[in-house]
Design a protein around this ligand. Sequence first.
Ligand SMILES: [Zn+2]
Length: 288
Amino acid sequence: MVLIILLVAGWALPGCSTNPATGKTQFNLMSPASEISLGISASPQFLESYGGEIPSATITQYVAALGQRLAAASERTDLPWSFSVVDSKTINAFALPGGKVFISRGLLAKLENEAQLAGVLGHEIGHVTAQHVGQQMSRGMVVQGLAIGLGIAGSKSNEQWLQTLGVGVQVGGTVYLLKYGRGQEIEADILGVRYMSRLGYDPQAQLQVMRILQQAAGNRPASLEFLSTHPLPQTRIKRLEEHLQEHYAHGKDSATYRTNAGIFRDTVRANLDKLPPPKHGQKATDKN
Ligand SMILES: [Zn+2]
């Protein structure tokens, strides 16, 4: 309820501001306090619906530590960032506003090195720093009209509002299903590359992740949830290739970029192999 009041109160503000990550003027009715509140409230629900955290403290701590270093290299170091590995066979990663980032065990198992993991986490951090959810929800509120916003405030719970973030939900007769647009995906790719390269990771790894996902989509499209929430058209790959060529190919640092394949193998691969089967994503009834 507190969140809804904040959102509705936000309506009175002009809603236009300059985003610190993209430098663009954006329309966003969600205040930083609302983003944080939303992320904290929605986080347990997301964790639960994806099988909870994987039962490996080593992997959990490794991913969280890398995520925190990337977040510290971003423009929004003030957020309460957290990074979780969910015990799901599906291949996905997602982020809630306010800095709650999740990667599935299924996606982690597809990656080959630390730089690729930095690419995935950096991309999700990019969605948060660029405030993509706030912009989408703000636009949705405008399309639906403030009346519906008030209707939600009056009759729907905070929980139901939160579901609009990633799970389809019936709100005021409209199903909201959050899916990033192509422009937002490209923006998150570019921001992800920025953060990982600041830590010395090879930006080419971001491109390798896309190829891994494409290949996985060819083999087992049903488990590739990532591509339904993060569209990967050919134009996105092309745009990233151009960006890397333009900004990272000729830098004097390119020879010193690292991938940390050995650390990744010893920490993630070796421990994943020891775990029991994932709790989520095995049954046909699980979301995927
Ligand atoms: Zn994305």
